[in-house]
Design a protein around this ligand. Structure first.
Ligand code: HEM
Length: 270
């Protein structure tokens, strides 16, 4: 009877251990619960996949104190930046980024309480592109080790609506930037110089005006285009007359008192 109980207890223990181990390796919330205890984390953190969801308290332990590891988060993505200790370690110029998500500081370059936050959705969409660039830089240089539970990822590691909004803004800004670059290549800006004597601006085209190197010069025209904030504005652009379509011509106007084929004009710019 005693032998039977002992056998039973032994197999029950084995079953419990197997269950715990499988939960640990296959069920992420269980892993993360264990990882929130420093003693387990120390053993598990170097195991791929395990302990990949951080809460803010756990992340805050990784500031590189006493030669320890350094982690930081950008838009909820956690990186191991221990190799960059000279930047992120105690006393380093960028130690403010360590052990937290300070995405806003990545844009502003400021490390006060107002900026050491992961809240960025109110920022200029063009500036948000900078965060995407940082994420790509970190992916190349450091190891991505997990996600931070909070504004960008929920407790099961799923992207939040806030995160989707920020990434959508980044995506549309990137597309707008590509469109703007294409516009600038097709209609490079004119050179502009204010001439005091006749109180007019000299606008002229060259093969390098607008910083666009090309094999044509073009003539100055008033071009209606969208500015960085999506507002309609008028700028002086150099255009190749013989390549313009009817639709393009609807957004392009001649300058008054300037010959249609002149590459230099003196115009009033309001
Ligand atoms: C928004 C402002 C800024 C932010 C968020 C920022 C952030 C950073 C970060 C995170 C690093 C470390 C990169 C790595 O891990 O490889 C870094 C490196 C560096 N930053 Fe900045 N920085 C900013 C502005 C500046 C400015 C204005 C200067 C110059 C006056 C500067 C000079 C440097 C230098 C020299 C390095 C070291 C580069 C190297 O040795 O690889 N940073 N910066």
């Amino acid at each position: 009877m005693e032998g039977f109980n002992l056998k039973n207890t032994f197999f029950s223990c084995i079953t419990i251990i197997v269950l715990i181990l499988s939960m640990l390796f296959f069920y992420e919330p269980a892993q993360n619960l264990l990882c929130s205890f420093a003693i387990f984390e120390r053993f598990l953190i170097n195991t791929p996949r395990v302990c990949s969801l951080f809460d803010t308290t756990r992340l805050s332990r990784y500031k590189g104190v006493d030669g320890g590891k350094i982690y930081l988060s950008i838009l909820g993505i956690v990186f191991d930046v221990t190799e960059g200790r000279r930047f992120y370690g105690p006393g380093g110029s960028y130690s403010g980024f360590s052990g937290r998500d300070a995405s806003r500081s990545f844009i502003t370059g400021l490390f006060d309480e107002e900026n050491l936050t992961d809240h960025v959705s109110d920022m200029d969409p063009n500036d948000l592109i900078g965060l995407d660039t940082w994420i790509n830089t970190y992916k190349k240089k450091y190891k991505e080790i997990g996600k931070l539970i909070g504004r960008y990822y929920d407790s099961s590691g799923k992207e939040t609506d806030y995160s989707k909004l920020v990434f959508e803004k980044i995506q549309s800004s990137k597309m707008a930037k590509v469109a703007k670059n294409e516009e600038m290549a097709r209609y490079p800006s004119c050179n502009i110089e204010y001439v005091q004597e006749n109180q007019k601006s000299k606008v002229w085209c060259t093969k390098l005006s607008g910083g666009i190197q090309r094999n044509w010069i073009g003539v100055p025209r008033k071009l209606q285009s969208l500015d960085e904030n999506g507002k309609l504005s008028i700028r002086c652009a150099c255009v190749q007359l013989d390549t313009l379509s009817k639709t393009e011509l609807m957004h392009i106007n001649e300058y008054e008192d300037c010959d249609v084929n002149a590459t230099t004009c003196y115009v009033k710019i309001s």
